[in-house]
Design a protein around this ligand. Structure first.
Ligand code: PMP
Length: 331
């Protein structure tokens, strides 16, 4: 019989798929996508979830029957919920009320508790997202907060899995690695591994929404989700990236839609952002170069936004001549 003991065993070892149609005609380099929606929770964040939980079990921070408390509404929550459930932990996720109902329902479907906090209060307000999660950690017995922004096991998971997988899958021929930056875990861990194993030969390129701190901004609003920050997280190692490519929402969303229509890859907006940066990198790369771009999640969670013509037109991403909304309206 061929089977896995638990769905947790399916985390990692995601495939590489060559991008054939979204690259420019003059591009001679090979562009390969690391498709992370093949993880059981549907995103790259399953990798950090299992690594952070393994480490907390080993250190005794997470005790049998304990409760995982994390302020997250998205992919990290799904990864944590799956691993927690399989190992007998409870999960409480704290998220702001601007988060869509579907995302909250996904977390609840896995058995997690979700506390929704008002967005329209100051960070120091006891009802704020930050304060509620801190209070829950204090009040719940055996509570543990992974904190993906500062947990070294976030980048470490990529140093131990994503990086070696890419080196192996490309038989050491990878020349460029392109990924979006949110917490910075993916690019820092994968990038550091690839730099070390190649003696510095692999070029590490971060893709960032225009306006975020990584590309020199202040965190100006943008609509692409899961990437860009208005502060510098500890999980981000500033010494790893050779280059940061800023990408506009418009270019990110156009590429996201093209990946679905032309490559059969229904992926999220940060994937389009990273792929847009990779295509730019590939345009100036040589014929023997292998550019790998990491696509963090699937597109199902974005059907009512990026894949919805009305939403796209409202923000001016599709030419319609109608009235357009501003980024602030969506935030
Ligand atoms: N894309 C999406 C959809 C994400 O949820 C995240 C994680 N915040 C990223 C990209 C960025 O990954 P990292 O946090 O490892 O920088």
């Amino acid at each position: 019989m061929r089977y896995h003991d638990s769905v947790v065993d399916l985390i990692g070892d995601t495939p590489l798929v060559r991008l054939r149609n979204v690259i420019g005609e003059r591009t001679r380099a090979t562009v390969l996508a690391k498709v992370e929606y093949f993880n059981p929770g549907g995103s790259v964040k399953d990798r950090i979830a299992v690594r952070m939980i393994d480490a907390a079990e080993a250190s005794g921070e997470l005790k049998p029957g304990g409760t995982i408390v994390e302020p997250t509404s998205g992919n990290t929550g799904v990864g944590l919920a799956i691993v927690a459930q399989q190992r007998g932990y409870d999960c409480v996720f704290v998220c702001p009320d601007k988060v869509g109902e579907d995302k909250i329902n996904v977390l609840r479907a896995y058995g997690a508790r979700v506390e929704v906090c008002p967005t329209a209060v100051a960070p120091e307000d006891p009802r704020s997202y930050y304060n509620v999660s801190d209070r829950l950690v204090r009040e719940i017995p055996n509570a543990w907060k992974p904190d993906q922004y500062s947990n070294p096991n976030n980048p470490r998971s990529h140093y131990e899995t994503t990086g070696p997988e890419l080196w192996d899958q490309t038989e050491g021929r990878i020349t460029h690695f392109v990924a979006g930056i949110g917490t910075g875990g993916t690019i820092s861990g994968t990038g550091r591994y690839l730099k070390e194993i190649s003696n510095g030969a692999v070029r590490i390129v971060g893709a960032d929404p225009e306006g975020s701190v990584y590309s020199g901004g202040t965190g100006r609003p943008y609509l692409v989700e899961g990437v860009g920050e208005d502060f510098w997280p500890d999980a981000y190692d500033r010494s790893v990236c050779d280059e940061i490519v800023p990408v506009s929402d418009s270019d990110s969303f156009e590429m996201t839609r093209r990946l679905a229509r032309e490559e059969g890859l229904l992926v999220g907006g940060s994937c389009g952002m990273a792929a847009a940066a990779a295509v730019r990198v590939a345009e100036t790369a040589g014929p023997d170069d292998i550019v790998v771009v990491l696509l963090p999640d699937g597109g199902r969670g974005y059907l009512s936004k990026i894949f919805n013509d009305g939403w796209m037109a409202r923000y001016g991403f599709l030419a319609t001549g109608g009235e357009t909304a501003t980024v602030g309206d969506a935030l």
